[in-house]
Ligand binder design. Structure first.
Ligand code: NAD
Ligand code: UGA
Length: 458
């Protein structure tokens, strides 16, 4: 069958894989290829054991792989054949040189731009899917047009707003799809081609357009606003713990104001994930670059409160358990940065694990999906930790349980049974406020939620 369009995505990660699987599923008339430099990742995408866990993803990939969705390491050929190229490579925080610890590391991005330039033999539309600093499209244009081969490229910005764990749902019914372009005839033509792809399943009114710089900036600002809500509620959780106010009650009262809204007001051990921190730091770095120090300080505060929240959790554990954790056995319920994913990037559980080991506690970690990543993240202190899939087995013999991830299965566990097999006094630190605290207290636990008065037997 001849396909109407050839779409290539460079970068087969958490964004590239699911995004292209959904496009292929919704648009059988297009050939969609996802390419990556990592052969192991591509082999996994071509196997029964996909490299990422995302509810609904397996079913879609099984339905379309080999029909109009292909995973490949052949990047050059893919570029030559493509009409539209999405670039979805990683853009982590820079760890070296100028801007280390703050700025986005654009080396993978730039390598891709050069690869596209070298391999292209005809006009292409290049779509920025990765999250990038404002004006990256300009750098891309300059790289792509820096040879005299006469090939024309149009660059679009089309940031991805999916959240892990709900990625497929977010892609199939997005709140909005944002497309930024140059406002030239060529730019607008390219923009319309991308609109046409999304219009196969996204209602037109949800496909919004803007100038290219607004689009690049909107992605960073969206993540900054979301993270800011979490830091706001978490900052108030510390005040609740001092005043006997209850953070769930406060969040409900505040969130019922329709101007504020009720979502993203769950107090927690702190936000994790590969993007919030990196994208805010990227924003902060840009503000400092433009000498907007007050603005930079304001947004940096969101990350600082998040760090404070994680450390506060450790100090609360320490205080509750008689100021020493040395030799005590602590079980972490969950290691993923949120439920319904195996992803552990920037998970607060990494910080908590390291701090607990520093306090000389013995650690047991359980998680339904993230144990392999947990072992990798903690490889240097692995011998001090047990990784056990079954939560009952993991908690047996422990002094305390600390809930790191809001997996639904944890709320449904038989805590009478768990309590029976733990050391006494037994503690629960619910870093996600997902458990039935009064029931746990009745069973005999000393219970420490986030932002609520503790329930203790002494
Ligand atoms: P990821 O690390 O899972 O995937 C990136 C992939 O790009 C890797 O497999 C890597 O091997 C590949 N790659 C790097 N350089 C390459 C090259 N030159 N050629 C071919 N492949 C190359 O990253 P991710 O989580 O998918 O994020 C990608 C981008 O999307 C980032 O900018 C991120 O900020 C943004 N984003 C991520 C999410 C999310 O939920 N993870 C959501 C929205 C936006
Ligand atoms: C986030 C955004 O929600 C996406 O829109 C964006 O596309 C993505 O970042 C990205 O750019 O990578 P994600 O990090 O996958 O998605 O997951 P979120 O649901 O946003 O959760 C982030 C963190 O905040 C998690 O650790 C979560 O547990 C925590 N969180 C979330 C809270 O602590 N409280 C809340 O009320 C909500």
């Amino acid at each position: 069958m001849a396909f109407e369009k050839n779409i290539l995505c460079i970068g087969a990660g958490y964004v590239g894989g699911p995004t292209m699987a959904v496009i292929a599923n919704k648009c059988p008339q297009y050939k969609v290829t996802v390419a990556d430099i990592n052969p192991r990742r591509i082999a996994a995408w071509n196997s029964d054991n996909l490299p990422i866990y995302e509810p609904g993803l397996d079913e879609i990939v099984k339905a379309v792989r080999g029909r109009n969705l292909f995973f490949s390491t052949e990047i050059e050929g893919g570029i030559r054949e493509a009409d539209i190229i999405f670039v979805s490579v990683n853009t982590p925080t820079k760890t070296f040189g100028a801007g280390a610890g703050m700025a986005a590391d654009l080396q993978y991005w730039e390598k891709t731009a050069r690869q596209i330039r070298e391999a292209s033999q005809s006009h292409k539309i290049i779509v920025e899917k990765s999250t990038l600093p404002v004006k990256t499209a300009l750098a891309m244009e300059r790289i792509l047009t820096s040879t005299a081969n006469g090939i024309h490229f149009d660059i679009l910005s089309n940031p991805e707003f999916l959240a892990e764990g709900t990625g497929i749902k977010d892609l199939e019914a997005p709140d909005r799809v944002l497309i930024g372009s140059r406002e030239t005839p060529d730019g607008l033509k390219a923009r319309n081609e991308l609109i046409e792809i999304y219009a196969n399943w996204v209602p037109r009114e949800r496909i919004i357009t803007s100038n290219i710089w607004s689009s690049e900036l909107s992605k960073l600002v969206s993540n900054a606003f979301l993270a800011q809500r979490i830091s706001s509620i978490n900052s108030i959780s510390s005040l609740c713990e001092k005043t006997e106010a209850n953070i769930t009650e406060v969040a409900r009262a505040v969130g019922m104001d329709s101007r504020v809204g009720s979502k993203f007001l769950n107090a927690s051990i702190g936000f994790g994930g590969s993007c919030f921190k990196k994208d805010i730091l990227n924003l902060v770095y840009m503000c400092r670059h433009y000498a907007l120090d007050e603005v930079a300080d304001y947004w940096e505060g969101v990350v600082k409160v998040n760090d404070y929240q994680k450390e506060r959790f450790i100090l609360n554990m320490l205080g509750a358990m008689f100021n020493t954790l040395a030799g005590k056995k602590i079980c972490l319920f969950g290691f993923a940065f949120k439920a319904n994913t195996g992803d552990t990037r920037e998970s607060p559980a990494i910080y908590v694990s390291r701090r607990l080991v520093e306090e000389k506690a013995e650690l047991v970690i359980t998680d339904p999906r993230a144990l392999i990543n947990a072992e990798t993240d903690l490889a240097d202190i692995k011998e001090k930790i047990d990784f056990i899939k079954d939560p009952y087995e993991a908690a047996a013999g422990c002094d305390a349980i600390a809930v790191m991830t809001e997996w639904e299965v944890y709320a449904a566990l038989d805590f009478e049974k768990i309590y029976g097999n733990m050391q006494k006094p037994a503690f629960i630190f619910d870093g996600r406020n997902i458990l039935d605290h009064s029931n746990l207290f009745k069973i005999g636990f000393n219970v420490f939620p986030v932002g609520k008065p503790p329930l203790t037997h002494f």
